[in-house]
Design a protein around this ligand. Structure first.
Ligand code: FMN
Length: 171
């Protein structure tokens, strides 16, 4: 593991999670160092399910990252200070099909002890083992207007519930 990080228990994350995910954003990353992809996300949750600490993320099927998360057993969620906003905007508006996102943003990818990919510039990293995945379904919306508003192209997110296996913070 990168020496700049120390391992903590998920319960020790002392940030407001709605701020962290919804306002600060995160990078969802999967693959290996020789072949990985990352994208910005601002929808997700953290909590407890099946007595495990879990993080949930939502990925539309057309994302290049979707292919990597589908293939992988793990994904990482990486959080950054505000000075990396430009990098997160890039990773959230360009596809890894067209750009080397690390090269374009200056983010430094590295491999964790578990073999997952995150970035040296991150301030918080969650390594998540995929437990469960399913697609958002139009006929399951109770508030039906949300389906029309968020999925006019019917590109329903697949969500991944992952066990938070390791939590790292910048020393
Ligand atoms: C702030 C922000 C939040 C985003 N949140 C999500 C999300 O939760 N799920 C998703 O599928 N796309 C989300 N996106 C869009 C992807 O990050 C974007 O389409 C990206 O270019 C996909 O890259 P890829 O094709 O390399 O995977 C978000 C974009 C931004 C800027």
């Amino acid at each position: 593991m990168n020496r700049d990080f120390k391992k903590i228990k998920p319960v020790k994350i002392d940030k407001n999670l709605i701020q962290l995910v919804g306002k600060d954003w995160m990078l969802i990353t999967a693959g290996e160092l020789s072949s990985y992809n990352t994208m910005t996300a601002s929808w997700g949750q953290m909590g407890v399910l099946w007595n495990l600490p879990v993080a949930i993320c939502y990925i539309r099927p057309q994302r290049f990252t979707f292919e990597f998360v589908e293939k992988a057993d793990y994904y990482t969620l990486s959080f950054f200070e505000n000075k990396y906003r430009k990098a997160l905007n890039f990773c959230g508006s360009k596809s890894g099909r067209d750009f080397d996102k690390a090269k374009e943003t200056g983010l430094s990818a590295f491999e964790t002890e578990l073999g997952n990919i995150s970035f040296a510039e991150a301030s918080l990293i969650l390594e998540c083992k995929k437990l469960y995945a399913d697609d958002i379904k139009e006929n399951k919306f109770i508030q039906r207007d949300l389906a029309g508003k968020h999925y006019p192209q019917k590109d329903f997110h697949r969500f991944y519930i992952g066990e938070i296996c390791e939590t790292w913070i910048k020393k």
